[in-house]
Design a protein around this ligand. Structure first.
Ligand SMILES: NC(=O)c1ccc[n+]([C@@H]2O[C@H](COP(=O)([O-])OP(=O)(O)OC[C@H]3O[C@@H](n4cnc5c(N)ncnc54)[C@H](OP(=O)(O)O)[C@@H]3O)[C@@H](O)[C@H]2O)c1
Length: 202
């Protein structure tokens, strides 16, 4: 796949490295005018938005139309400046992003994993779970392939509104890792009977 990554920070770099190791083509977009979002997104089959959620509005305002019909991966955790959840219950960051990019196929993914563990989706010999949520089946299959090619075990949690549960789970990861000082060498794995859970999600 041709995968555009907007944002070259911790998450963008780690996912980009993992996807390149899995032989996907990766190009980055940034604030640098030499790496414009429009060009890179138009080139791509799918786009990972690896930026803070507070940048979604400005990106949609400046380049929103280029995301039409693209699969867009929302990795963000929806935090306030004092590290609390900024929304929940009746909406989620992912659903708000979908409103900003109404013709894109927004899929929530990877927000429950620390960037340090995104390069190969593994920790201490275990495959970490990449929970995904989205309303578009094609988009979710693309993101499932990305996650599995990197090395994650992928679990479809249903419609995009399931991001209302994945965003607090990302918050829990942060609280455990930083608040309770367990560090970033931690992650979630859903133990289950794999064939059954895959057919139920379909
Ligand atoms: N770090 C983690 O472990 C982790 C885990 C799960 C999810 N997440 C989520 O992943 C996202 C990225 O986190 P991160 O840790 O990678 O942050 P980061 O290291 O601060 O990187 C963010 C990147 O986004 C870029 N950016 C911001 N606004 C932009 C815009 N308008 N156009 C283009 N690029 C823009 C920044 O560029 P500049 O430096 O030039 O501003 C920077 O390269 C966040 O939403 C976070 O909640 C992070």
């Amino acid at each position: 796949m041709k995968i555009a990554i907007v944002g070259k920070g911790n998450v963008g770099s780690a996912l980009g490295e993992g996807l390149r190791l899995a032989r996907h083509e990766v190009r980055y977009a940034s604030k640098d005018p030499k790496e414009p979002i429009a060009d890179v997104v138009l080139w791509a089959d799918a786009v990972i938005l690896a930026v803070p959620w507070t940048s979604h509005k400005v990106i949609a305002a400046s380049a929103g139309k280029f995301f039409d019909d693209k699969t867009v991966v929302d990795v963000s955790n929806i935090l306030t400046p004092n590290m609390e959840l900024a929304m929940g219950f009746t909406t989620s960051g992912a659903e708000e992003l979908q409103k900003l990019l109404p013709k894109a196929r927004v899929v929530k993914a990877f927000n429950t994993v620390f960037a340090q563990n995104m390069r190969d989706g593994r920790l201490k010999g275990e495959r970490l779970t990449a929970f995904i949520a989205g309303d578009n089946i094609v988009g979710k299959e693309i993101v499932r392939k990305m996650a599995e090619d990197i090395g994650f075990d992928c679990v479809d949690t249903g419609p995009l509104s399931s991001a209302r549960y994945l965003e607090p789970l990302g918050m829990l990861n942060i609280k455990l890792g930083y608040g309770l000082k367990m560090g970033t060498d931690i992650g979630f794995t859903l133990v289950r009977e794999r064939a059954a859970s895959r057919s139920r999600a379909a």
